[in-house]
Design a protein around this ligand. Structure first.
Ligand SMILES: Nc1ncnc2c1ncn2[C@@H]1O[C@H](COP(=O)(O)OP(=O)(O)OP(=O)(O)O)[C@@H](O)[C@H]1O
Ligand SMILES: [Mg+2]
Length: 134
């Protein structure tokens, strides 16, 4: 069941969380902003824009609002604790660019949900990006 949030107008309610690894991810109430922290994060932003432009109507990708100098703004989705393998197979079929080893789409942390629909949140990976470092 959907729960309606009460909306206190303080900053803490708007910016609920930060995450960082290759990008500093700020989770706002309805959007997320991903700021690159290194070359890998920067290239991820550009790849996301490219994949979004090409496949936004074909594959379940997190809605990309804008990308500027590697900084990405996306719609925020509910995060999940596991992703069915069938979803990963499906998106790899839809997007040939994702058909490479070490692609990281098996990781549930890169997925979210919009209602009952699984959505890929982190789609900036490529063979070159994956090779940069671990
Ligand atoms: N659109 C979104 N909605 C909700 N949460 C998100 C969204 N995008 C990212 N997140 C959260 O932020 C985390 C990091 O985002 P993302 O994977 O895109 O960044 P990253 O820098 O590429 O991280 P990594 O290198 O670890 O994959 C995700 O695992 C997820 O928990
Ligand atoms: Mg990720």
């Amino acid at each position: 069941m959907n729960e309606e949030l009460n909306q206190p107008s303080c900053l803490g309610a708007v910016i609920s969380c930060f995450r960082y690894s290759t990008r500093f991810v700020i989770l706002f109430k309805n959007i997320v902003v991903k700021i690159p922290l290194n070359k890998k994060g920067f290239l991820q932003g550009y790849n996301e824009q490219k994949i979004w432009n090409k496949y936004q109507n074909k594959a379940p990708l997190a809605n990309l609002n804008w990308m500027f100098l590697g900084i990405v703004c996306q719609k925020r989705y509910t995060t999940i604790k596991e992703v069915p393998q069938s979803e990963v197979h499906k998106i790899k079929k839809l997007i040939p660019e994702f058909d490479f080893e070490n692609c990281d789409f098996w990781n549930y942390e890169n997925w979210g949900k919009d209602g009952q629909k699984y959505i890929l949140l982190d789609y900036g990976n490529s063979p070159y990006v994956a090779s940069l470092y671990k």
